[in-house]
Write a protein of this length. Structure first.
Length: 365
């Protein structure tokens, strides 16, 4: 049961048990089920990829979308305390690789006796005062999917200190199979639908499509929930051995960008500086009237994105849900994510910084 991959991950994240899964969405869904949660309310940060609310929904629970703070891009603890009485579990996400306020969130969950799941899908290698992410919670979930810190295009893992949770999770996973080619296609078609919807409507306009989006997302169940393909294990192990180097090079690229863009801060750009110990998934800045700039950069062939619009916009009608998401909306409307992975060579970094600098200089006159 406990092979090399499991041992490696337990070592990196200071947890005692590990079980690889087909992807992190499956991991989150199984984790909630293994905790015995059904028909419950699960708090998540609202500035997050749609897979997180999707996992909550697929587990038979309801997401509670909490606003975030620009300090660390995670759940705002004041929001959690405010809504706390209404939630039965929390998924704390180290979103964008930024270490969230995990200590206070963990203390709060403990005080109420509710479970905490830590999502480090894009934060592997991050730490808080030297303690690795994934070690602060009852259950932690990591991803090795496309675009993650360790990216082999498949897989994830659940880590836990509780053997009971591990056993429950394994028992529930038995009903799932390895993802078929047809299922992979269905998941990628859904991803395209999500991107197209976003590209056509950007922020609040997305909300008009929430009913259709949610229906289609729920129909993805049999395609997205899957077990780990053991054949991919060695590749992940090999990459994990190099994690420190990967983290280091991402930090160096982010530092370079920060240096090049510092002077833009006086002309309307806000650089989001994550807390010490974070791993930059992408380098994030906030810019007013972002969409025209984003479109022009995409036309020029730059790798650039603007994740994430507030997640609730995709799943719930605001007029009904009444979700308060002032900060996550603020981020969603202004954020630009610059690449800092191995694709971001010197040329890209210099060129994208030039583009932003020129645009802001023009925009400010
Ligand atoms: C990508 C992502 C997931 C889902 O990971 P998959 O392995 O693709 O299912 C979950 N949470 C966060 C924060 C992510 O970025």
């Amino acid at each position: 049961m406990s092979g090399k991959l499991e041992k490696l991950l337990c070592g990196i994240h200071q947890q005692s048990h590990c079980h690889p899964v087909g992807n992190a969405t499956t991991g989150l869904c199984l984790a909630l089920a293994a905790l015995g949660l059904r028909g419950k309310r699960v708090a998540i940060p609202n500035s997050v990829c749609p897979n997180v609310p999707l996992a909550v929904l697929l587990s038979g629970n309801a997401p509670v979308y909490l606003d975030v703070t620009t300090r660390d891009l995670g759940i705002d603890i004041a929001e959690l305390i405010g809504k706390g009485g209404q939630v039965d579990a929390v998924i704390a996400v180290h979103a964008y690789g930024s270490v969230c306020n995990i200590r206070e969130i963990a203390a709060y969950c403990k005080s109420r006796g509710i479970p905490l799941i830590e999502d480090l899908a894009v934060a592997q290698g991050a730490s808080l005062d030297g303690q690795p992410v994934g070690s602060f919670s009852d259950i932690a979930v990591v991803s090795f999917g496309a675009g993650k810190i360790i990216d082999v295009g498949h897989g994830g893992a659940v880590l836990t200190s509780r053997l009971f949770v591990l056993n429950e999770l394994v028992a529930r996973e038995a009903a799932l199979g390895v993802q078929t080619a047809a299922s992979k296609e269905a998941v990628s078609a859904f991803g395209q639908y999500h991107t197209d919807l976003y590209n056509r409507h950007y922020g609040p306009g997305i909300n008009a499509f929430s009913t259709a989006f949610k229906t289609r997302a729920l129909a993805l169940r049999q395609h997205i929930l899957c077990s780990f393909d053991r054949a991919r294990g060695p590749e992940i192990e090999e990459q994990l051995e190099k994690l420190d180097g990967v983290v280091q090079s991402r930090r160096e690229r982010a530092e370079t960008l920060e240096g090049l863009l510092a002077r833009c801060e006086s002309v309307g750009m806000e650089i989001l500086r994550p807390p010490a110990g974070s791993v930059p998934w992408r380098f994030n800045v906030l810019i007013e009237r972002r969409d025209a700039l984003l479109k022009s950069l995409l036309v020029k062939g730059f790798r650039i994105s603007s994740w994430f619009p507030s997640a609730d916009l995709f799943f719930e009608d605001r007029a009904v849900s009444g979700v308060n998401a002032a900060v996550s909306d603020h981020i969603g409307d202004r954020v630009l994510n610059l690449w800092v992975n191995e694709d971001a060579d010197r040329e890209y970094i210099a060129a994208v910084a030039d583009e932003l600098t020129d645009h802001l200089a023009l925009d400010s006159v």
